[in-house]
Design a protein around this ligand. Structure first.
Ligand code: R5P
Length: 300
């Protein structure tokens, strides 16, 4: 089995490859002067199982083209199988035609990447689509980093923590993370007014006074969901707010907005490179590769 990576995930692929003792392949990737992508696999792939890493933020449109070209090229070069490991899988939220005439992007990803033998990602948005193999091939998997968030929170030595989900969709993620810390869970109700604004409310509030709150979400984009949640919970006089998310997209003015909230800690996983990416997802992918290809843990 050979591991390749685009530059966005080079260090992740290196760490995973080193843990599972897999061969690292060389992919030459650069841009033509007009912005088009140039790809060349320098390591032969004929009859090999290939794992290819790339993440879909920033420049998700460009990444999609690069992934499509890469998979098709690997198959043309005779790879036995091609597995895409995409820590952040974009375009999954538009999973139904909410308004007449809209493009439903999620199933189209499956069509564009149809040559891939599997697509593996982390906590992608699966709500109306229930399993990744409704979009991609049967061997595809949506791994969960909930345990990694819980383990990170545990190390913070919080006082009587309450894990809070900002909306009903976050409930399973919050419960799984809270279980690691044996912490209480509460979930807010959220209505999205438009792509940049939300309104939250708390039904049946638990006692929060003097306790450390851990807000957990699958992704932070504009930061408005977290801002609303903090504003709603502050009057209950908790001791502190920690915010943990899987995908730190942090678009537009999200980071300055979150800074104003005086959070005790803000951390995301490393699915998207950013200054708050402190929760390493290497073990998830290493575990997947070991399970799928029967490779050994590196003995140090
Ligand atoms: C919504 O379904 C997601 O779970 C997140 O709550 C949402 O994407 C966060 O977006 P924003 O940071 O823009 O409020």
């Amino acid at each position: 089995m050979i591991i390749f990576s685009f530059p966005s995930t080079a260090s992740l692929a290196q760490r995973v490859g080193s843990l599972v003792k897999a061969k690292q392949g060389k992919l030459h990737y650069e841009k033509f002067p007009d912005g088009e992508s140039y790809l060349r696999f320098l390591t032969p792939v004929a009859n090999e199982d290939v794992v290819l890493f790339h993440t879909m933020y920033v420049n998700q449109n460009e990444v999609l083209v690069d992934l499509t070209f890469a998979v098709e090229t690997l198959k043309e070069l005779g790879a036995k199988s091609v597995h895409l490991l995409i820590p952040y899988l974009a375009y999954m939220r538009q999973d139904v035609r909410f308004n007449p005439g809209e493009c439903v992007s999620a199933p189209l990803l499956g069509k564009l990447l149809r040559c891939a033998d599997s697509v593996v990602t982390i906590n992608t948005h699966l709500h109306r689509i229930h399993h990744l193999n409704e979009v991609f091939s049967a061997a595809s998997e949506n791994l969960s980093a909930a345990g990694l968030l819980g383990a990170y929170a545990k190390k913070l030595k919080l006082h009587d923590p309450v894990f809070v989900g900002p909306d009903s969709e976050s409930k399973p993620l919050v419960e799984d993370a809270a279980a690691i810390c044996s912490a209480d869970v509460t979930v807010l109700e959220k209505v999205r007014l438009n792509p940049r604004n939300v309104k939250s409310r708390l039904v049946d509030p638990p006692s929060l006074k003097g306790r450390d709150i851990v807000l957990i979400d699958d992704m932070i984009t504009t930061g408005k969901t977290i801002e609303q949640a903090v504003k709603l919970l502050k009057p209950f006089k908790p001791r502190s707010f920690t915010v943990l998310c899987i995908h730190g997209v942090f678009s537009e003015k999200a980071l300055p907005l979150l800074q104003k909230l005086h959070l005790r800690t803000l951390a995301s996983t490393t699915t998207i490179p950013n200054t708050h990416a402190k929760i390493d997802i290497t073990p998830l992918f290493a575990g997947l590769i070991r399970k799928r290809f029967g490779l050994q843990r590196k003995v140090i």
